[in-house]
Design a protein around this ligand. Structure first.
Ligand SMILES: Nc1ncnc2c1ncn2[C@@H]1O[C@H](COP(=O)(O)OP(=O)(O)OP(=O)(O)O)[C@@H](O)[C@H]1O
Length: 302
């Protein structure tokens, strides 16, 4: 569905995307993550054919972003991280305008606007001016504008920004539903627990380069077992005893490290620590999740 090759994008004096290549299959929900300044927003703008890359090639649904940007705009919905609204238009007019601009036939527009407003809980606001909406409702209108033309690909940059917890939950449910209907989604966010609720893939950028592009469940299954040791009080010998495992000190009482060899190895390690007089409170496996996967992948890249 999306094919990116050797993508390069330069701001004056700064290379923001540095030779990215990856594919995204139709129907995937991709969590686009990376440290601040990694290039996520720039990448989304290039895929949405709003910025022109200095090199490389992007195809979405077989359409070349450089050759046919207008055609692409009809097939893509994009919520930008800082987006403007037509403040003096009503919510209905904003959605109708977007539907029109993105090629929805006149006869279908009213139904699309109504259905999209329903999905985002915007029906009571349809005749209110966009300029009077609170931050969370503006955000919902922004999302509705990205969806109203039922695009094949939806790009959402920080969609949960400004939403209260209940609205975030509703947004997660909505994204799951949209993905089930076959839409390809790319969602950028720093809130990894939320992304984990609905994403099938994770695409990690750092410094304008691709760190990884993988299926989340497979990557988590394949992740090495991380163990956490918790002490009842600080112990000067513990780091020396764990030396071969390259421990990371979470704080003065907690250390994390990977351990091969399953329960046998864990049991042997526990015996070794206790025998050496280390005041062990707990030794156990840490559950792998998207956040851990991310931290492991970006470690050393920044
Ligand atoms: N208009 C601009 N002019 C110059 N440099 C820019 C411009 N916009 C972005 N950059 C730089 O390009 C790099 C990538 O920026 P981008 O906004 O794409 O990153 P990001 O991953 O979305 O970051 P964040 O997580 O902070 O939103 C950053 O180093 C940023 O400072």
């Amino acid at each position: 569905m999306i094919r990116v090759r050797d993508l390069v994008f330069d701001y004056p004096g700064h290379r923001a995307l540095d030779g990215l290549s990856f594919n995204i299959d139709a129907g995937s929900v991709v969590a686009l993550v990376g440290p601040n300044g990694a290039g996520k927003t720039t990448l989304m703008r290039c895929i949405a054919a709003l910025d022109t890359p200095g090199g490389g090639n992007i195809q979405v649904d077989g359409i070349d972003a450089l050759e046919a940007p207008r055609e692409l705009h009809r097939r893509i919905g994009f919520l930008q991280d800082f987006f403007g609204l037509y403040e003096d238009l009503s919510v209905r007019q904003c959605l109708t305008y977007q539907a029109m601009a993105r090629g929805v036939a006149r006869a279908e527009r009213d139904d699309r606007v109504q259905a999209t407003a329903q999905r985002l809980g915007l029906v009571p606001w349809l005749d209110k001016r966009a300029g009077t909406l609170s931050r969370g409702w503006r955000q919902r209108l922004g999302i509705a504008q990205a969806l109203v033309h039922e695009p094949a690909v939806v790009l959402l940059d920080e969609p949960a920004a400004g939403l209260d917890p209940a609205a975030r939950r509703e947004l997660s449910d909505l994204l799951v539903q949209i993905a089930r209907e076959g839409t390809t989604l790319i969602v950028s966010s720093h809130i990894l627990t939320e992304l984990a609720d609905y994403s099938t893939h994770v695409l990690i950028l750092a410094g304008g380069q691709l760190v990884s592009n993988e299926k989340i469940d497979q990557a988590i299954r394949a992740a090495r077992r991380v163990m956490r040791l918790r002490l009842t009080r600080p112990d000067p010998n513990v780091e020396n005893l764990l030396r071969d495992l390259n421990p990371v000190a979470v704080d003065a009482l907690q250390f994390e490290f990977t351990l091969d060899g399953g329960d046998e190895a864990a049991s042997a390690l526990l015996t070794k620590l206790v025998t050496a007089g280390v005041p062990v409170a707990e030794l156990g496996a840490v559950e792998a999740d998207l956040e851990r996967l991310y931290l492991e992948r970006v470690r050393g890249t920044t």
